[in-house]
Every structure is written in C-alpha cells, then in structure tokens.
Design a protein around this ligand. Structure first.
Ligand code: C2O
Ligand code: CU
Ligand code: CU
Length: 469
C-alpha cells in the first residue's frame, strides 16, 4: 500500500529548500494555448509530476502533457478537435460542463463508439457558455483519468472582468509508489465502497506545487479545476479573501466562500478573484483541509518584496456577464427523486449491493457499472423543454459530487433549506444523508449521463442515464 504522504514526497524532492523562489512550472494560465481547431492525441508519456529531481512518472497524456494542453475558445465560436487514440485501449473525450449536441458528448456506447487504438474522432461544437470547463476521457475513466488524462477547456467571455493576471490551477491527485510510478490496483472493492482511490501526491498543473510568486496589490483571476478522481478539496487562502465569481463555469453573485473554505468535489471548478494584499508578509499558504487531520499545503503565495502595484484593491467590477441559460420554471416543473444508495455503512457493512455485477452503489436500486454501456433503460425520461426538479437523496454515508451531462442546473435547496443565489453548476457535492434539489430546463435532446464524479463510485454503480425526448 502507498505510504508516502505528499509532504514526505515534497521534502524528499528537495523542493522545500527552493520554496518561495521557483516560478512554478506551468502556473501560467495559457502556456499551452492552442488554436480552436486542433489535434489532441491520447498517448503514453513520461512526466516529472513528483518533482524535478524525482524519476519521471509513466503517465497517459494528451499530446504529451499532463494535464493536457489548455484549450481556449471564444464564447460562441466553433470549436473543433480531432482526438487520436495512441493508447492500447479504447478512449473518448468528454467536454465536461459544455452544453453541446449529444453526439459530441463523448460517452462510449451511448453517444459514440469508443475510439479504438489507432483510431480518431472529430469533435465539433459551439460552446454557448463562457467559463471554466475541462475535458477528460469517458471510457475506463477511473484508470484513464487516474493515469493523467485531463485538461482545461476555457471558454472566454466577450468582455472579461478587468484583472492584472489570470492563473489556472488544474489539480490532480496521484497515488505514487516510492519509485514515483502510478501505483497499480485501480478499482479496489473496498475503496470503491468508501471514498474512492485517494492519492498521496497532489499536483497543480502537473507539478508538485512550490510557491507561486505574486505581487502586492495585484488582482488575479484564478480558475481552479478539481481534476482529481476522488479527492474532495476545501481550500483556505491564508491572509486573503477570495471572492468566488463562478462555479462550474457559470457566473454567480460574487461572494466569499462560506466559512472561508472553498469546497470543490471532483470535477468541480471555481473562478475566484484574488486581490493580493498590499502590505504582505513573505509567504501565505493555500491549505486543503477537507480530510481534517491530513490537511496539507497545496501551494503558497510568495510575495517578491517589490513595491505594491496599488495600495488598495482594484476598483473594477468583478461580476461576470450572464450566460444564456434557460431559466427553470418551478411552477410547471416535473419532479423526480433519485436515491443514492450503497457503499460501506458504519458498522453495518455494505448497503446490500454486492453481487450485482460488482456494484457497490445504486441509483433508485439500479446499478449501471463499468463503461456504462450495459443496455440499461434510462433512469428517467424527461419531456424536452420542460423544467425538471431533481431531488438527489443521499442515503449513503459518503459524499458524492453528482454530475449531469448536457445541461447546467440551479442548486435550489439542501435538506429543504434554500441555497443562497441558487447557484448554477453541472456538478453538485451532496453530503452524506443530505438531500439536494436541483432544477434545469431539459432543453437538450438525447441520452445524458448522470453520475457521481468520484470515479470509483461511477464505475461501481453510481451512474445512470437521463433521456430528454
Ligand atoms: Cu466529467 Cu461524465 O463526466
Ligand atoms: Cu460531464
Ligand atoms: Cu460518489
């Protein structure tokens, strides 16, 4: 079993001695920007994810890089990507959070055949919404994403808010052996029935984080993508007051996160405005303390001691322009309940799922597993154009970031209490025993996946299809 903590690894890598001075590999937001028409190759590669003086890790990459290249497209512009498969197993690319035509959604057996080794597939769509999105495989996702396949897809606003700098953090979580190779044993039954495969090395933009150099008084727009397969994050910015301006790419009322902790389940994103303080000390930690005692420093903000850019926060609006989302009509909504079931229950063993095709979880008693193409009927069929209020009732003892394809939803209530702002999202983190209501207009025809984005949970039963017809 893996026994390296990220901290040990970090120290072993000697990065500590350099903290505060390194520019930070890949911290720039658009280092690998590509034109709107591109080739993306899923292929094995070697990457220095564990530190520059550690052995390179054998990974699966998009076009040789981990995370994959940062793709940028203008809102409303045509996006084209030809994906070539140079892995020795089938793959697809799913454009997470983009409201696109069903045939472009990248789900094998549902929206397209899996791209065979040596084959390719041309994706083409026009993203209606600006925001922070991402892409990842949807075939054998637990393993493929766990080996590194994930990248950012940024859809640029026509008029972005004024900032001094934009930064992107694509966060991944790896379970590495002492030789800094990806530990085998994906899909362990016990892990699947609990919190999923947590790693021991958390990377930002493909490297073990060191310090990020910032300047006093500058305003940064920080796009954060939790591209981990299982790790939930609760980020605290020591000495700073982050203002969230978007969740899952969708603008929200600018606000500081509740309790100063930015909670991001796997697949979730936040756009944050970070005003650097004007009279700083040298170094502030960004800490992830979701798992309590195993809190760790994700990265540090290091002030370089130069004169502040300005003596007070930039006086410019941070609110993002709205996206053209269809507004749910609650008065005429059809209402459905989806019960999330299974997993280990404290002291009482499994919640009765074992045996069903290796399932550990179920939605309304049904367990779609593996690659998902099991020919199971849809969980629900929704009338096209109607508002749907989905009640996600988590009967389990575990957290589930529930994701729906092809649509964004408003998060209406948690345990019956209205959520401030009814924020939009495509993935909602449902606490143990919590019921969350989301609402959306089922305006995008086709068969759409709805699943937990803890990849171990997804492939072991917490997955199903919503049909919009
Ligand atoms: Cu991020 Cu079904 O996907
Ligand atoms: Cu998705
Ligand atoms: Cu889950």
């Amino acid at each position: 079993p893996p026994d390296l903590t990220r901290r040990q690894l970090w120290t072993a890598g000697g990065a500590l001695a350099l903290a505060g001075t390194l520019p930070g590999r890949g911290h720039a937001a658009s280092a690998t920007s590509v034109p709107a028409s591109l080739r993306l190759t899923a292929e094995p590669a070697r990457a220095l994810i564990a530190g520059d003086d550690q052995p390179a890790t054998a990974v699966w990459s998009y076009s040789g890089s981990v995370p994959g290249p940062v793709l940028r497209v203008r809102q409303g512009a045509r996006f084209r990507a030809t994906v070539e498969n140079r892995l020795d197993e089938g793959t697809t690319v799913h454009w997470h959070g983009i409201r696109l035509p069903n045939a472009m959604d990248g789900v094998p057996g549902l929206t397209q055949p899996s791209i065979k080794p040596g084959g390719s597939f041309a994706y083409e769509f026009t993203p209606p919404d600006a925001g922070t999105f991402w892409y990842h495989p949807h075939d054998n996702g637990l393993v493929q994403q766990g080996r590194g396949l994930a990248g950012a897809l940024i859809v640029e606003e026509r008029e972005p808010p004024r900032v001094d700098r934009e930064l992107l953090w694509v966060i991944q979580d790896w379970r590495l052996t002492r030789g800094t190779q990806i530990a085998p044993g994906f899909g362990g039954r016990m892990e699947a029935a609990m919190g999923g495969r947590l790693g021991n090395t958390v990377t930002v933009n493909g490297g073990v984080p060191d310090a990020l150099n910032v300047r006093a008084g500058e305003r940064v727009r920080l796009r954060i993508i939790n591209a981990a397969t299982a790790r939930i994050m609760a980020l605290r910015f020591e000495g700073h007051r982050p203002v969230v301006i978007a969740f899952d790419g969708q603008p929200c009322e600018p606000h500081e996160p509740a309790g100063g902790r930015l909670l991001l389940g796997p697949a979730m994103r936040a756009d944050v405005i970070l005003d650097m303080v004007s009279e700083p000390r040298r170094r502030y930690a960004v800490i992830d303390d979701f798992y309590g005692r195993s809190a760790y420093e994700l990265v540090a903000l290091a002030y370089d001691g130069s004169a502040p850019l300005r003596g007070h926060p930039l006086d410019a609006p941070v609110r993002l322009p709205p996206n053209p989302l269809p507004e749910p009509d609650l008065a005429t909504a059809e209402r459905h309940e989806l019960a999330l079931q299974g997993g280990m229950m404290g002291g009482r063993g499994m919640m009765g799922m074992m045996g069903m095709r290796g399932a550990a979880w179920a939605i309304n008693g049904m367990s779609m597993t593996g690659r998902g193409d099991t020919g199971m009927p849809p969980l629900l069929t929704l009338a096209r154009g109607r508002t749907c209020v989905l009640s996600l009732r988590n009967e389990t003892a575990w957290w589930h970031p529930m994701h729906m394809h092809g649509h964004s939803f408003r998060v209406l209530t948690r345990n019956g209490t209205a959520v401030a702002g009814a924020e939009w999202g495509d993935t909602v983190l449902v606490e143990p025993r919590q019921t969350v209501e989301v609402a959306f207009v089922a305006d995008n025809p086709g068969d759409w996946m709805l699943h937990c984005h803890v990849m171990d949970h997804e492939v072991s039963g917490l997955m199903g299809v919503l049909r919009v017809a």
